[in-house]
Design a protein around this ligand. Structure first.
Ligand code: MN
Length: 188
């Protein structure tokens, strides 16, 4: 597998070019500083997950497109082992395995996320119509949606609008492992 930092740098440059955005405009859209965006594009910085998410949301692309090449066009049966592809972006208490990265033909990405104890963060709202589905497979996680914290235990699944304010927190002393589908209705 390619160095994740290189894939990120190339993808960010490509997306910015495709959208014909200056660094100034990109900084404005994402809320990430021009200096930081430049460092990421030069492969000099490994951003946190929340920075990645801000960039993805600001550019209106999926998170996993920055983590791994798209699985678009994948026709054959494929097995992926999460422990081989887990990444731990800069110290933020979240481990990501892009089980099946975003596929624009299908409009979704399928991820395994591990929220470490103490994780507590708001997600910036995604593009209009984005839906998140999360199933807890180990531990317990709380999700804020529609102004309510929903306590989720192992085996429970939540579906909520990703285009409204939402947040995730793990107040337990055990990691919370979830599987999630993020659906982008208009193909990103
Ligand atoms: Mn989200």
């Amino acid at each position: 597998m390619q160095d994740p930092k290189d894939h990120l740098a190339e993808t960010l440059k490509q997306v910015r070019k495709d959208k014909k955005l200056s660094l100034d405009k990109a900084a404005e859209l994402t809320g990430v500083s021009k200096a930081m965006l430049g460092q990421i594009e030069r492969g000099e910085s490994s951003p946190t997950v929340s920075t990645l998410w801000k960039i993805a949301t600001g550019f209106d692309v999926s998170l996993s497109s920055f983590i791994e090449p798209s699985s678009k066009g994948l026709r054959q049966t494929t097995v992926r082992t999460s422990q081989d592809i887990r990444q731990h972006p800069a110290g933020e208490g979240l481990i990501i395995a892009a089980l099946f990265p975003y596929d624009s033909a299908l409009g979704f990405e399928y991820l395994e996320l591990i929220f470490e104890p103490g994780y507590d963060r708001a997600s910036s709202p995604h593009a209009p119509g984005v839906i998140e589905i999360i199933t807890v497979i180990e531990g317990a996680l709380e999700i804020l949606s529609d102004d309510l914290w929903h306590d989720l235990e192992e085996g429970q699944t939540i579906r909520f609008p990703g285009d409204k304010p939402h947040a995730y927190r793990n107040l337990t002393d055990q990691p919370a492992k979830v599987l999630t589908v993020i659906h982008y209705p208009n193909g990103r």
